[in-house]
Write a protein that binds this ligand. Structure first.
Ligand code: AMP
Ligand code: MG
Length: 494
């Protein structure tokens, strides 16, 4: 008996990636899972998309729909082909190995959306893998994409999380399957362009670029050189994105060019992590032995990936134009980073000398392994005080060094036009109290894995939806990681 055969069917269909046709993506059916259970639901994204926010409104079949057991819309799902540079090495064919594009529609504000079910079974691009995603990595993706959105960082979104406790998935041990329904205007990756370029099919690169401009970058159509304008726009968005990551201490973990979004969204949450005790060279991914994707490498790796994209644009533009576009990255990154840092430090505008102030601060934080999030939040509370709070001072190893820095910082604030109360409010709106630390996700994962108790996911979701608002019931989420968190390791296994 079907209560809501197609929860999305009332939304106007708007062909997205599927419009490019069968060369770019092929029809693939989802593989059903036994006894799916809805583990999390994102009512606020549902509203944005034009769906009823209440989970009850969608009837008891919602889990079946979002597991891929029952079609979401009348059109069959698709998997797309892409390539990419993984850890610096070109892999000529990757593709949606476990994500199915299940719906394309526009929301009530006429914005385009695509909905993917990640972990809904194998596709022609699964290579030797199983097309599944384990519960732990799905919980992390579900929670972190919404946490990033609330932090003001562009990202793919997550509508729901379905757990299939009776569907085993083999990784280092027996785990169980989950499916994240994730949403974005497009999941287009740098690797989609690379795939056609390295096959020598320049016409396909052009087709893809034309589609990208028409659907996602219409402003480029009017430019003298639309492809050059498109490349510039992607560079500018990528620079803004990585500045956002650096500011909140987010480490992506696997910045391969196939995980880079053409729209400048944070994409493919795997072994990501947030900085805790500050270490510029922090490596969040246990599998990244050489630290290729360490925290302080992210801006240059994003640029490296843009060079990969630029290479694929050789099918569209001359070398000089591509190199000129790539030269726009560094100034764009510095502008974006300057804006983010000005907000974090409570400055209305960013001046050249402020880089030194920031570099010196990083050195002091590194010396004491001071907690990134707690430091900035405490600084926000204390920006108008002559002294830092004692709790914060205790975290700093080089107290004398810090006192000197603090005096310079206060002198800089004196030259800033904001009134203290205004500055404090702005800093509290730029420096979050809550980020998704590994141990917080781990607590939700353990309860869900061991007891099929999903309440901690909902609690964390509620907290992280408003990361700048301190609430007493979430005080423990703002605290330093406990000792047991030190041994937590996340890897590419997902
Ligand atoms: P990732 O490291 O998650 O970005 O994935 C790299 C490539 O491997 C992509 O083409 C994925 O679709 C594919 N992939 C990763 N895990 C699986 C899996 N369990 N089943 C099928 N394909 C996978
Ligand atoms: Mg990926």
């Amino acid at each position: 008996m079907s209560h809501t055969p197609h929860i999305l069917s009332h939304l106007p269909r708007q062909p997205g990636f599927s419009a490019l046709g069968d060369a770019f993506s092929g029809l693939v059916a989802a593989t059903p899972v036994p006894a799916p259970r809805l583990a999390a639901w994102n009512g606020s994204l549902a509203s944005e998309l034009g769906l009823h926010p209440s989970v009850e409104a969608h009837g008891p079949e919602l889990a079946e729909l979002l597991a891929g057991n029952v079609p979401l819309v009348a059109h069959p799902p698709r998997a797309s082909v892409y390539a990419g540079h993984q850890f610096g090495v070109y892999v000529p064919q990757l593709g949606d190995g476990r994500a199915l594009l299940c719906a394309e529609f526009s929301d009530p504000a006429s914005r385009p959306w695509e909905l993917q079910l990640k972990g809904a079974g194998p596709t022609p691009y699964s290579r030797r893998a199983d097309g599944r995603a384990v519960l732990r990595s799905s919980i992390r993706e579900y929670l972190c994409s919404e946490a990033m959105h609330a932090l003001g960082i562009p990202t793919t979104r997550a509508l729901a999380l379905v757990h299939a406790p009776e569907q085993p998935v083999w990784r280092e041990r027996r785990e169980t399957a989950a499916i994240v329904s994730r949403a974005a205007p497009s999941f287009l990756r740098f690797g989609h362009f690379e795939y056609w370029y390295y096959r020598g099919e320049a016409e396909r690169v052009r087709e893809l670029a034309d589609w990208t401009i028409a659907r996602h970058f219409p402003e480029c159509r009017e430019a003298a050189q639309p492809y050059r304008a498109l490349l510039s726009a992607i560079i500018s968005r990528s620079a803004g994105l990585v500045a956002g990551w650096q500011a909140v201490g987010f480490c992506h973990g696997v910045l391969n060019s196939d995980n880079m979004s053409v729209l400048g969204l944070t994409l493919d949450y795997g072994p990501f992590g947030f900085l805790d005790g500050f270490d510029a060279g922090h490596i969040c991914n246990h599998s990244d032995e050489r630290g290729r994707y360490a925290y302080d490498q992210q801006p240059r790796i994003v640029l490296w990936n843009l060079y990969c994209l630029g290479q694929a644009f050789m099918a569209l533009l001359c070398r000089e134009d591509i190199l000129a576009a790539l030269d726009e990255f560094q100034p764009a990154f510095e502008r974006a980073m300057g804006q983010r840092l000005a907000a974090k430090l409570g400055l209305r505008d960013w001046q050249d000398d402020d880089w030194t102030l920031y570099d010196d601060l990083q050195g002091l934080l590194a010396a004491g392994r001071s907690d990134w999030t707690i430091f900035w939040r405490s600084l926000s509370h204390a920006a108008d005080q002559p002294e830092l709070p004692a709790a914060l001072r205790d975290q700093l190893l080089d107290r004398a060094g810090f006192a000197g820095w603090h005096a310079r910082y206060r002198a800089r604030l004196a030259a800033d036009p904001q009134a203290p109360a205004e500055r404090k409010a702005a800093m509290l709106a730029a420096n979050p109290a809550y980020v998704l630390r590994n141990h917080l996700a781990e607590q939700a994962i353990r309860l869900a894995e061991d007891e099929q108790d999903y309440r901690e996911i909902a609690r964390l979701q509620a907290c992280l939806a408003e990361p700048f608002v301190e609430r007493s019931e979430f005080a423990s989420y703002a605290a330093l990681p406990p000792d047991w968190a030190r041994t937590l390791a996340v890897s590419c296994s997902s």
